[in-house]
Write a protein that binds this ligand. Structure first.
Ligand code: ATP
Length: 434
């Protein structure tokens, strides 16, 4: 099936107002300067041949919502990378990415500016990547996901602030509604269902009834999307502040299974998403989520999820830790376990996966042991290092590592308490080992 998403030149702009003053007042000075430069460059003589530049999509939505953006999407009627190279020179920015599809990225003054060519898109078949070609502004807005993301603001000096809103984006911002542009939107691109839930949750909006019905009908089509894109959506969900809410909605609407059939998230795991230690970086927090998810999966499920979505080694390691930990949890509850044995059991696990297991652990000995490992045991090491051992007469080679390991065990189990006792241990063992 070939279906043009955009109505092309037949589209009428039925709502146009000017948000120029709003732009001037709301944006940070550096953002305002950059947008002004983009507009002036397009309106003047420039190497890309652009004549207009628009702020489009998310930043327009955020502007009307009163949310400060750091990412700005600008669409020009010319080749994006050529325009970006010239703009970067004017705003002392750096082009950090350019693609053959007419897009480029500039980093400048702590902001990210995406430059794209104004384009139209058609889908050869549902779920496939769109075929892209130059188009009108109306085409470009009509290819977008939701009304609130389908507005543009002119940045050229004579028309500064003119808003194009042909799909009722302003209305839906006021009504707090997520609404698709047309009934076939989700079958064209099923990832839009996950995007819809993200926006619904992020902004506290509700779903338009027809959009919701279409979501129910299209839920199964998410499985047709490439694993790469499904994983990208999962990452975006993990990157939101309301991850738990989004996952709950996705589960209610049968979309998690569309990302992967093994992606079941237990209530117990979901309750712990917000307990990630503050010390974790954003990346680590996402790995922690994978570890929580893995705790409810079998080894086979974790392996298929990891393989099919081609997870990174960090995510895969965290996910597989879930079923693997079930094998050691019972041993950790044994009262006769020495600290060095706890270390032997837990050292193969990624630390972030153990943080997740600590949150999930029932109040049994395993919890104390996880806690002791994370706060204390994992950092324990002897005072003597390899050079000290060589100075004590240990020959270079595997014996150094073996003795260091013995000292570590002694320190953990408190059979060796000082540097002096470490030296004594080495001197006593050396004749036995050589
Ligand atoms: P965010 O704040 O999440 O970054 P954003 O709206 O800037 O929001 P992007 O993913 O950066 O989101 O996409 C930029 C714009 O491209 C969107 O506002 C939307 O208009 C359009 N867009 C992105 N993904 C799709 C899609 N799958 N289908 C249609 N339009 C899309």
């Amino acid at each position: 099936m070939e279906r043009a998403v955009s109505p092309g030149s037949t589209a009428t702009i039925d709502s146009m107002s000017n948000v120029g003053t709003f732009l001037d007042k709301s944006l940070l000075p550096n953002a305002l300067h950059i947008l002004g430069e983009a507009g002036s460059l397009a309106a003047g003589k420039n190497s890309s041949g652009a004549t207009t530049a628009y702020l489009v999509g998310g930043p327009v939505r955020d502007l009307l919502l009163g949310v400060q953006s750091r990412d700005f999407d600008i669409a020009v009627d010319a080749d994006g990378p050529t325009f970006a190279a010239e703009l970067a020179g004017k705003i002392r920015g750096e082009v950090t990415f350019r693609s053959e599809f007419g897009t480029a990225k500039i980093a400048a003054a702590g902001l990210v500016i995406d430059i794209t060519m104004i384009r139209s898109e058609t889908y050869a078949e549902p779920g496939a990547l769109p075929l892209v070609q130059p188009g009108t502004l109306e085409d470009d807005l009509a290819r977008r996901d939701f009304t609130i993301n389908a507005m543009a603001v002119d940045l050229t000096p004579g028309r500064w602030g003119e808003l194009t809103d042909q799909h009722g984006g302003q209305r839906d911002i006021v009504l707090k509604t997520i609404k698709s542009l047309h009934p076939g939107s989700f079958s064209d691109d099923p990832t839009r269902m996950l995007r819809a839930i993200r926006y619904e949750s992020r902004f506290g909006f509700k779903m338009d009834p027809k959009t919701l019905t279409s979501m129910t009908e299209s839920a199964g089509s998410l499985a047709k999307v490439s694993p790469f894109r499904r994983l990208a959506e999962l990452r975006l969900i993990f990157g939101e502040e309301t991850t738990v809410d989004i996952l709950e909605h996705a589960e209610e609407r049968d979309l998690l299974a569309g990302i992967h059939p093994a992606l079941r998230i237990s209530r117990q795991a979901l309750n712990k998403f917000d307990s990630a230690p503050d010390s974790l970086s954003n990346e680590e927090r996402q790995t922690y989520y994978m570890a929580l998810i893995g705790s409810a999966l079998t080894q086979g499920e974790a392996e298929s999820l990891s393989r099919d979505l081609e997870l990174s080694s960090d995510w895969s390691g965290a996910l597989l830790s879930g079923p693997k930990f079930k094998g050691v949890a019972g041993i950790l509850d044994r009262s006769d376990l020495k600290p060095s044995e706890v270390v032997e059991l837990l050292a193969p696990f990624p630390v972030v996966a153990l943080e997740a297991q600590l949150q999930l652990a029932p109040p049994l000995l395993r919890r104390d042991r996880l806690s002791a490992y994370l706060t204390d045991y994992q950092h324990s090491k002897p005072e003597l290092n390899g050079d000290d051992l060589l100075a004590l007469g240990v020959p270079q080679g595997p014996l150094v590592g073996k003795l260091i390991a013995e000292l570590k065990v002694g320190r953990l189990d408190k059979t060796i308490l000082s540097r002096f006792e470490e030296e004594a241990h080495v001197k006593r063992r050396l004749p036995m080992l050589t």
